[in-house]
Design a protein around this ligand. Structure first.
Ligand code: GLC
Length: 618
């Protein structure tokens, strides 16, 4: 699509609004990446960039928000010539700690990325005698996407033999997190900094689907670097960033998790590099607040958990996880904790910080109290009275004991437990969702005892949850009529495949952070060892199928970047467990106190006189 066809849609109305809502270009405070409007008539926005990568000094940038043939199109554009990108790639992929001559010669033979992809024979090069880790690094570097010569992300999959690329040639926000962490742990910071700042620019633009706009602050699910002919000069091309906020995604799902992951990565960047200047930037602070405002906006909810549609996170297809899925709640909690650490106090943000603190306490209480499941709790549910009205109800959500699934009764070990997948009126989703449980440990949403119990559960159910390849995305799979009704007969989510009980190697990194945090790294070591038996031979699949994860997934991509990066993060953290602190959060005493106050105001499972509910401000 030629840039000349675009009609720019800079949200001019927002220019007169308070700074809070301004696109980040307009509140950017640092000189090395500055944007300013240059042509009012065409409503274009131009930016100049004296960027980190010195070899791209010839580039000029402009950013725009456009409508393409009736479809809104957001782009950030730079003009460039191909040789600059190549030069820059050569200089950027060189690790800062120097390269062995062997790796240097590999890099010389490596296909060059062109607008976010590599040539078709780029991946399957033989790794000879290299270790799995070296191979993984080579593959991760080959997945790097460049924008105007600077590395800004990694594509989702780099499978040379795949006939249908779908959107796997894009940079997904959630998929980049393990890549970003691997680069941080390796001391290669630029790509993460660029990713944070460029995705921040995408956040600020108006986006619509069929004339409806989602809330301000939404981060894209993915973006792509496109090369288009330069308007008025055929000899030149320009690169544009083309994000997808869900308006083009299968099922049109809004990526609720993107902004939450972005905050988590931003905090990890600061902790790892010691460079707090990024998080302190005015535009970055504004970006954090926009995400928070969106999440903390008043709604119809009685619960402190975030209410979302099906498929709003890693599981991005219909899987019966609409409502208050654990994964979103764990990421939400984690993002609140990280944001609280990073927000610089200023006039006008007191209300937001108060709302954040109140939500943290309420969310913490709600999840720990109502999502927790172990043998004792199952027995309580089994004996629940129903149709209880008023404040002293024990069965607050009116759960009918018949909902307890038959698989659960034998499955739950004597020792251990987990947080259920979802809680709604008269509905508990008893499935075990791995990412939500692991991130509840990492963020201290789960209590210390619960965190250990979750790991106990994983150990006790190793044969089912890990089996031949770590780690099942959820357990168990939905089958038969349940699969038909809940997934809508989704042929990709058949039992024990993909999101429906498939095994996802990327989850290794979250398992590693969680087990290191709890002082039990041997759990992750065992899982990594298991993965190493096959993952490289199998060409780094996206997911595995069957109850024991014995097959490469039916439609799994090969050379899936977050499988590669997830493995690398696990290895790097096991070698340097202290670095897990960049990702974990410890419960602070304010939260602990507020939690016990709430507990005394809401005594557990007892009947008694109504007690006054107190709002808690930390
Ligand atoms: C699939 C996954 C999603 C991931 C995307 C790109 O859609 O469900 O979580 O982000 O692939 O890898």
């Amino acid at each position: 699509m030629a840039a000349s066809e675009t009609v720019l849609r800079v949200p001019l109305g927002s220019l007169s609004q308070s700074c809070y809502y301004l696109p980040s270009f307009f509140v950017n405070s640092t000189p090395n990446l500055s944007f300013k409007p240059v042509n009012r008539n065409r409503k274009t926005v131009r930016c100049t960039n004296s960027h980190e990568v010195s070899s791209v000094s010839k580039h000029s940038f402009h950013s725009s928000n456009c409508v393409l043939k009736g479809k809104k199109f957001v782009s950030t554009i730079c003009k460039c010539q191909k040789h600059d990108v190549e030069e820059s790639f050569r200089s950027t992929v060189l690790p800062s700690d120097g390269l062995s001559s062997e790796l240097k010669s590999d890099l010389d033979e490596m296909p060059l990325p062109v607008n976010g992809s590599v040539s078709s024979n780029g991946n399957a090069q033989s790794v000879g005698t290299k270790s799995i880790e070296d191979e993984a690094w080579d593959l991760l570097r080959q997945s790097v996407v460049f924008y105007c010569g600077s590395p800004i992300g990694t594509i989702a999959a780099n499978d040379p033999n795949s006939t249908s690329v779908l959107n796997y040639d894009q940079v997904f926000i959630r998929d980049f997190i393990p890549s970003g962490i691997a680069f941080l742990l390796k001391g290669e910071y630029d790509i993460v900094r660029n990713f944070i700042l460029y995705t921040l620019q995408l956040q600020s633009w108006e986006k619509t689907m069929d004339c409806h706009s989602p809330g301000q602050g939404l981060m894209p699910c993915s973006f792509k670097v496109k090369t288009v002919p330069l308007d008025g000069d055929d000899s030149m091309t320009e690169e544009v960033l083309d994000p997808d906020f869900g308006e083009a995604a299968i099922g049109r799902v809004a990526p609720v998790d993107s902004g939450l992951w972005w905050i988590i990565l931003l905090r990890a960047y600061g902790k790892c590099t010691g460079d707090l200047s990024v998080q302190e930037r005015v535009d970055v602070q504004t970006g954090i607040k926009m995400i928070l405002k969106l999440c903390l906006a008043d709604g119809f909810d009685m619960f402190p958990t975030l209410l979302v549609t099906d498929g709003s996170c890693m599981i991005d297809r219909r899987m019966g996880i609409h409502g208050h899925p654990l994964e979103i709640q764990a990421l939400f909690y984690s993002a609140l904790v990280c944001a609280r650490e990073m927000l610089t106090p200023e006039d006008g943000s007191a209300d937001l910080i108060r709302a954040l603190n109140n939500r943290l306490v309420a969310l913490n209480f709600h999840i720990r109290e109502y999502y927790w499941l172990d043998l004792k709790k199952i027995n309580e549910i089994y004996r629940y009275q129903t149709e209880e009205y008023s404040y002293d109800a024990v069965n607050k959500f009116n759960i009918y004991p018949d909902q307890i699934p038959s698989w659960l009764v034998d499955f739950m070990p004597n020792r251990g437990g987990y947080l259920i997948g979802n809680l709604q009126p008269a509905h508990m989703d008893f499935r075990f969702f791995t990412l939500g449980n692991l991130w509840s440990i990492v963020s201290s949403l789960a209590s210390n005892d619960q965190s250990h119990a979750i790991l106990d559960f994983i150990e006790a159910k190793w044969a089912e949850l890990v089996a031949d390849m770590p780690l099942k995305i959820c357990y168990p799979a939905m089958e038969g009529e349940e699969w038909r009704i809940i997934t809508g007969s989704d042929p990709k989510n058949t039992p024990w495949s993909y999101h429906n009980g498939g095994a996802w190697p990327t989850l290794l990194w979250q398992l590693t952070v969680a087990s290191i945090k709890m002082g039990r790294p041997e759990i992750a070591e065992k899982a990594v060892e298991l993965a190493e038996r096959r993952i490289s031979l199998d060409k780094w699949p996206e997911y595995y199928d069957t109850k024991r994860a014995r097959f490469i997934g039916k439609q799994a991509r090969l050379y899936q970047t977050w499988s590669i990066a997830g493995y690398l993060v696990a290895k790097l953290l096991l070698a340097n467990p202290d670095a897990a602190k960049f990702l974990t959060s410890e419960e602070d005493s304010d939260l602990r106190n507020a939690f016990s106050c709430m507990l005394s105001a809401n005594p557990r499972r007892t009947r008694g006189p109504k007690k006054a509910q107190q709002p808690f401000i930390v």
